[in-house]
Design a binder for this molecule. Structure first.
Ligand code: ZN
Length: 404
């Protein structure tokens, strides 16, 4: 119950509470819809949900609603007619009044306080079907907002006691959008809210109820109008910037600390790459890429497409001393050539450590820049590749082509 409802007394107590609830629900819906763009906002405006509250600018719209008996405005405002002393809902079928005799009121109680009595035809002092629906819809909105994952239309309808079809219709009539679009709008709002509170972007992804960070990134650009890290302020020394994108080998994730590149991950799915990054750097504060980071991303994508062009970005290698030795040996392998695990083991002075060399190659977090794809089995066949043997084959072929 709102403060306004609590203060209401006597006969109108329930009524005032209801009206207040209904209007605050409409305002809440309107606020969410403001986060949405394009035709949906236009539609919502058309439905009148954005015009709650009386202002001079609204009066023309209200008068237009009265002249067209637009039921979508029922509950949004009331109008009184000075010559009859009666007030009505916008949809009232009563004979149309002259504009100069008409005044608008935010609530029925306001109209009564101004000395008008309720019209017997449209019964503006009673809860209309539209208002009941608004209450149902407001309740559904709160339910959607509280849900961890967007509830299905079926669940929402069942909860409200309507058929899915009917529920969908009244929801859309009241809000101007479908329940699904409303849930999406709310989620975008939550992204904005959680990003400013959460320690990391990945945390925000989960806080906002996204199972999939791929969806999160798709939605957050629209929600923020900027990248996630632009939005977040400040950052600790262990911050790691990252970005996901597409390259000729599929999805790519690039991460970097202040010292240099910490990860280049390849895959089919950007979301999986973000999870992989989280697993590999559980203590880092991961920050979605910013504009400056796009240059880094562009350089890495360039390296994927032309591996022989060289890679001048600093690397921030994180691993054991043994892994460092293996990775440095990998970096010394010229593009267009391959070596075996045994050869690497020999080069680092540990010829028997072939299996450990293979493990260190598998633990490589920086694809391509640390060219573990240039390592093959002793018989020359392709062994597994952390990022898929097909990618390894493509990379080796691409580099061999470049040497011709
Ligand atoms: Zn009336």
């Amino acid at each position: 119950m709102t403060a306004r409802g609590r203060l209401a007394i006597g006969r109108s107590a329930h009524f005032s509470e209801f009206e207040s609830k209904e209007r605050s629900a409409r305002r809440a819906v309107a606020a969410y819809l403001e986060g949405m763009t394009g035709s949906k906002t236009a539609k919502a405006r058309k439905a009148g949900v954005l015009t709650a509250g009386l202002g001079p600018a609204s009066e023309a719209a209200y008068w237009a609603a009265v002249t067209t008996r637009d039921g979508r405005f029922d509950g949004t405002f009331y109008y009184s007619v000075a010559t009859t002393g009666v007030y009505c809902r916008p949809s009232c079928a009563a004979r149309r009044a002259n504009r100069e005799n008409v005044a608008f009121h935010a609530t029925a109680a306001d109209a009564e306080a101004a000395g008008f009595r309720a019209c017997k035809r449209c019964k503006p002092d009673q809860v209309s079907l539209g208002a009941q629906h608004a209450n149902t819809v407001a309740d559904a909105c709160r339910f959607i907002e509280a849900a961890e994952t967007p509830p299905s239309l079926h669940d929402l309808a069942q909860r409200a006691g309507f058929s899915p079809f009917h529920f969908h219709r009244i929801f859309k009539a009241a809000t101007g959008v479908t329940p699904k679009a409303y849930a999406a709008a709310h989620r975008r709002k939550r992204v904005r809210d959680t990003l400013s509170q959460s320690r990391t972007v990945t945390e925000a992804i989960h806080d906002a109820g996204f199972n999939s960070s791929g969806r999160f990134y798709a939605d957050s650009a629209a929600a923020l109008g900027m990248t996630a890290s632009d939005f977040r302020a400040g950052g600790a020394a262990t911050d790691m910037r990252f970005a996901v994108g597409e390259c000729s080998l599929g999805a790519i994730l690039v991460a970097a600390s202040a010292k240099g590149i910490t990860a280049i991950l390849l895959g089919d799915d950007a979301e999986a790459l973000v999870h992989d990054l989280e697993d590999r750097f559980p203590n880092a504060t991961l920050i979605g890429g910013d504009r400056a980071f796009e240059d880094v991303m562009a350089k890495v994508v360039g390296l994927v497409d032309a591996p022989r062009s060289g890679f001048d970005l600093p690397l921030d290698l994180r691993g054991t001393a043994f892994q460092h030795r293996v990775w440095e040996a990998l970096r010394a392998i010229p593009a267009g050539t391959t070596v075996t695990y045994s050869e690497i083991a020999e080069r680092i002075g540990m010829p028997k450590a072939v299996r450990a060399v293979a493990s260190a190659c598998a633990a490589n977090k920086i694809a391509i820049a640390i060219p573990c794809h240039r390592v093959v089995r002793n018989d020359g066949s392709l062994s597994g590749y952390r990022w898929g043997v097909e990618r390894k084959r493509t990379l080796i072929a691409r580099e061999a082509e470049g040497t011709r």
